[in-house]
Design a protein around this ligand. Structure first.
Ligand code: CUA
Length: 331
């Protein structure tokens, strides 16, 4: 039997690596804000620069192979002081200059283009809205200061409007990252960090926790919905409303962890469920928000997301059906 040549393995691995991010809804190279464009162009410039450097190194290596029977650097005799000069120049001086320049340039780009505008910025550039996002293992709590609105894993912002996001953590370190809109910002215990969110156009942008935070770090996703400003205001007004009815089974079985505003359930251990039915997904984008999935999730949350903080409560089918019917009304 003929075997594939061994040299094909790195080619295939490289192809997988190069195409792995293609078509992903979460793509740093598909920027939708000035900040993300700056990051993408920095990335492309660094790629081109490092490709050039790599090409030069390969050329030198090829030259060395061609001359492999003649010792020493061309034009430099063996043992010469100049030979040491060549080593110090290419091995020390050039890398120091290149790496320090890269460090400086990337920081200048980041500070200039991705930070929140300062108080001296033009009024049009200053944030029009502040949102608080709190990291939990393994979901995102989202609050809109000045309103009672609290939601989870799905952040709405007005499009083409600078938004200040203040980030905190309730437990371990997480990192808030919407690759198409801006850089990452870490959520550190006992510290408040902030980042600018801005979307050029209406759309849905996927975000992801970018700091390993435990077993379900990979399933700690969220969406940013950039809405037309009028639709955003309508969403926020509806999200600020309390629920109109409570149900006994929720109060007895779920209220030690979850809140539904307007009912006696006020705990904030798990996500606020006041408008659960208006969300598109459950469990930090792990599953779509459909009645079937919600039922399966309540029956056994660990099957979808092993290690998450929600326990299986051993509810009867009748209790689960009653809960799902109630939660589905919370739009
Ligand atoms: Cu939260 Cu990783």
């Amino acid at each position: 039997m003929r075997r594939a040549p061994l040299s094909a393995v790195p080619v295939v691995l490289l192809a997988v690596l190069v195409t792995a991010g293609c078509g992903s809804p979460q793509n740093t190279l598909s920027p939708h804000s000035k900040a993300a464009r700056s990051i993408a162009s920095l990335w492309w410039n660094m790629l081109i620069g490092s490709a050039l450097a790599f090409g030069i190194v390969v050329l030198i290596l090829a030259g060395a192979w061609v001359r492999r029977n003649r010792p020493g650097f061309p034009g430099v005799r063996d043992g010469d002081r100049a030979a040491l000069g060549v080593v110090l120049t290419f091995g020390l001086a050039i890398p120091i200059v290149v790496l320090s320049t890269l460090f400086l340039v990337s920081n200048i780009f980041l500070i200039r283009d991705t930070s929140l505008p300062t108080a001296s910025a033009a009024p049009g550039d200053r944030p029009k809205l502040t949102i608080r996002v709190i990291g939990h293992q393994f979901w995102w709590e989202v609050r809109y200061p000045g309103t009672p609105a609290v939601t989870a894993n799905e952040i709405h912002i007005p499009a083409r409007t600078p938004v200040q996001v203040l980030v905190y953590t309730d437990d371990v370190i997480h990192s808030f990252w919407v690759p198409e809109l801006n850089r990452k910002i870490d959520m550190i215990p006992d510290q408040t960090n902030s980042v600018l969110l801005y979307a050029d156009k209406v759309g849905r942008y996927r975000g992801q926790c970018a700091e390993f935070c435990g077993l379900q770090h990979a399933h700690m996703g969220f969406y940013v919905f950039a809405d037309p400003p009028a639709r955003f205001r309508a969403w926020l007004a509806r999200e600020s409303q309390p629920a109109t009815q409570a149900t006994q089974v929720f109060q007895v079985r779920c209220s030690s962890c979850h809140a539904i505003r307007g009912t006696p359930a006020t705990s904030n251990v798990g996500p606020d469920l006041t408008h659960l039915a208006s969300r598109t997904s459950l469990a930090g984008l792990t599953i779509p928000n459909t009645p079937e999935r919600l039922r399966e999730w309540i029956r056994d949350p660990q099957q979808f997301k092993p290690g998450n903080q929600m326990p299986a409560l051993g509810l009867t089918s009748a209790e689960i059906a009653q809960l799902v019917a109630y939660l589905e009304k919370l739009r």
